[in-house]
Design a protein around this ligand. Structure first.
Ligand code: SF4
Length: 261
């Protein structure tokens, strides 16, 4: 049986083959997370719960409760395996940044019922070939059906740096999700939306059928390359600081990776 791929798995391979081997071939699990990822997860949990309450339980969320919920998740899930890479910032700084982002989001989007919610943290399969021999998996933050019947695939971003339109138009993850969403909603206008929560700005892009077909072909080729790779070189970069294997004890007197070529 062929292995299951996701956008993040392919992204890992493209970033560093050594990291890919440790994570996906050797399946080495390391209890380490960065505060940026943790912050993102806590904001995601807060917004998922808020949309669920508003749309499925029909309870209008209150701003104080939503911001408080973020703080509750933060305290409840914080653990000692979370590292702060940028040492000039404190844990409190990140918590406060997240809290402000959630408060801003509330002001911008309450009561959260403007669209029909088709999915929250929605798992989906992405068929890359007509026979479904190669299927990728993905999880979409939110799928909205707008009053005009069109569909938005929404991804929350907690990174600080805004993307260019070119980056947005070439981004692979949401375009792959569009392939899976098309199977669910049929032929409708679909928009890809990246919601940058730290600035409150939405970036959007659309993909044609021809672009999606080209993406399927390119992704199949990349998966073939990944599966046939036997050399897994290190690729040191600024991202090493966020890699869970950097200088992590391998239990054999060494480390999984020293971040040097
Ligand atoms: S520390 Fe850097 S070089 Fe080493 S596995 Fe991680 S990303 Fe690759």
């Amino acid at each position: 049986m062929s292995e299951t791929f996701s956008h993040s798995r392919l992204g890992c391979y493209e970033n560093c083959k050594h990291q890919y081997k440790l994570k996906y071939r050797d399946k080495i699990r390391v209890e380490k997370d960065t505060i940026e990822r943790f912050l993102g997860s806590m904001v995601h949990l807060t917004l998922e719960y808020t949309y669920k309450k508003a749309n499925f339980e029909k309870v209008a969320p209150d701003k104080g409760q939503v911001v408080g919920l973020f703080g509750w998740y933060w305290r409840r899930k914080w653990n000692d395996n979370i590292v702060i890479v940028k040492r000039q910032y404190s844990k409190e700084h990140y918590r406060s940044v997240g809290e402000k982002a959630v408060a801003r989001y509330f002001d911008q989007y309450a009561p959260f019922t403007q669209n029909k919610i088709l999915g929250l943290e929605q798992k989906l399969n992405i068929k890359l070939d007509p026979d479904g021999l190669r299927v990728m998996t993905g999880v979409i933050d939110r799928i909205d059906e707008k009053p005009d019947g069109s569909v938005d695939i929404v991804d929350y971003k907690t990174g600080m740096n805004p993307p260019s339109q070119k980056q947005i138009d070439e981004e692979r993850q949401l375009a792959l999700y569009q392939i899976g969403v098309k199977e669910l909603v049929g032929e409708r206008k679909i928009r890809l939306v990246w919601n940058y929560l730290m600035s409150g700005i939405e970036y959007t892009s659309e993909r044609s059928d021809a672009q999606l077909e080209a993406l399927k072909r390119d992704t199949l080729l990349l998966i073939e390359e990944v599966e046939s790779t036997t050399v897994f070189d290190k690729h040191p970069s600024g991202l090493c600081n966020y890699c869970e294997y950097l200088n992590h004890d391998d239990g054999k007197g060494g480390v999984y990776c020293d971040g040097k070529s």
